[in-house]
Design a protein. Structure first.
Length: 132
């Protein structure tokens, strides 16, 4: 995907459709999502544009829903060790890492951060169970 406007509109449409799904089914069911609009912001620089600010309305709508945003993170050096260079190179990893930090520091969502080196997986399960 590159930064052309048609593809950006398709991406926006996809995220708006997901939001509608959450609004319809989120009250009755627990929905787990791996990757959402925050990843679009973080990785959009690879497509030649920035999407920061484009999803503020979606974030505000999610804020009104029962939600829990669990951000899974590892130390930067461990991420670099696992990097297979298929999508991003070792220099872009730092930008992705910093973009997630930037987004999460400003997010209005109910955020819990799971660090592979600091938290036990049981803690995350407890977060979900306590939230349900």
């Amino acid at each position: 995907i590159n930064g052309n406007k048609v593809l950006q509109k398709e991406i926006d449409s996809y995220y708006n459709d997901m939001l509608k799904f959450f609004q319809i089914f989120g009250e009755k069911y627990n929905i787990i999502v791996d990757r959402f609009f925050m990843s679009e912001y973080v990785y959009s620089f690879l497509r030649g544009y920035t999407s920061y600010g484009r999803y503020i309305e979606i974030e505000k709508k999610i804020k009104k829903l029962k939600h829990l945003y669990i951000f899974c993170i590892d130390d930067l050096q461990n991420i670099r060790k696992r990097l297979n260079n298929d999508y991003i190179n070792e220099y872009q990893v730092l930008e992705v890492y910093e973009n997630f930090r930037f987004y999460n520091d400003r997010s209005i969502l109910n955020l819990k951060e799971y660090n592979f080196n600091k938290n036990k997986i049981e803690e995350v399960l407890q977060w979900v169970l306590n939230f349900s």
